[in-house]
Design a protein around this ligand. Structure first.
Ligand code: PGA
Length: 238
């Protein structure tokens, strides 16, 4: 387990982008978290591509999660965030991206299709995850099941209240769909990011506490190739 502590958010974004760039190879399957934390990193990646340092369109992409009931038009949906922050500016061809459709009435089908996308590409090569306020990763909420593959999940109260920062209003979201932590754990390389003083207590639990499904990020402590990328504020309690 490697831990990188940066001076601030800008440095976190720059160094995380450099790390991601090492894994953008033709036909690697990449899984990026949405959320606020990676936004600066996405900008860096797009800038690196415009300087011709990397070709982001060479990889495959799997969307980590989605709010059930939200679609591409909805402010704060993972697909809208990722399209605006990454897939669009990076000009990723549509056929290279698989995301959950939060509007599909058949979530089992969504799970099966994502599992198929992942397994037919030999599993996830690289994943970059954000650590949530409750230690979740994607919608692997505290107490996450050992279920393999993808699943839907009842959202934790913390996730519901934090969600309002993405939607700009109160939305009665109750359910998420996510790539399960076991599939994420099978990725060859995992990066977990956190920024800001508000995350410091959960960052401490994730890195120094017991490895437990109660703090899903802590499950990655024993992964063979995991890096926790933190800014100084998020690392303050380590
Ligand atoms: P954030 O979300 O990057 O917006 O803090 C992280 C998460 O809850 O997954």
């Amino acid at each position: 387990m490697e831990t990188v502590i940066t001076a601030d958010y800008d440095e976190l974004s720059r160094l995380s982008a450099k790390k991601v760039a090492e894994y953008i190879k033709p036909d690697t399957l990449i899984c990026f978290a949405a959320g606020d934390t990676p936004l600066g990193m996405f900008k860096e990646l797009v800038a690196m591509q415009s300087r011709k340092e990397i070709d982001l369109s060479a990889a495959w992409y799997a969307g980590l999660d989605e709010w059930v009931g939200l679609g591409p038009q909805d402010e704060g949906s993972c697909i809208k965030v990722m399209t605006e922050a990454f897939y669009g500016p990076a000009r990723i061809p549509k056929e290279r991206i698989r995301v959950f459709d939060g509007l599909d009435p058949d979530m089992d089908r969504q799970c099966r299709e994502m599992e198929c996308w992942i397994s037919s590409r030999g599993g996830i090569g690289f994943t970059l995850l954000g650590i949530g306020m409750n230690g979740h990763i994607g919608f692997n909420e505290p107490g996450t099941p050992e279920t393999p593959g993808c699943f839907t999940v009842a959202l934790d109260d913390t996730t519901k209240s934090v969600s309002q920062k993405y939607f700009g209003k109160v939305l009665p979201v109750t359910t998420g769909i996510t790539i399960g932590w076991q599939s994420l754990y099978e990725a060859r390389t995992v990066v977990l990011m956190a920024s800001g003083a508000g995350k410091a207590p959960i960052v401490r639990e994730s890195l120094k506490g017991p490895s437990s499904v109660d703090v899903p990020a802590s499950l990655f402590q024993k992964h063979d190739d995991v890096t926790f990328m933190l800014d100084k504020a998020a690392a303050a309690l380590l």
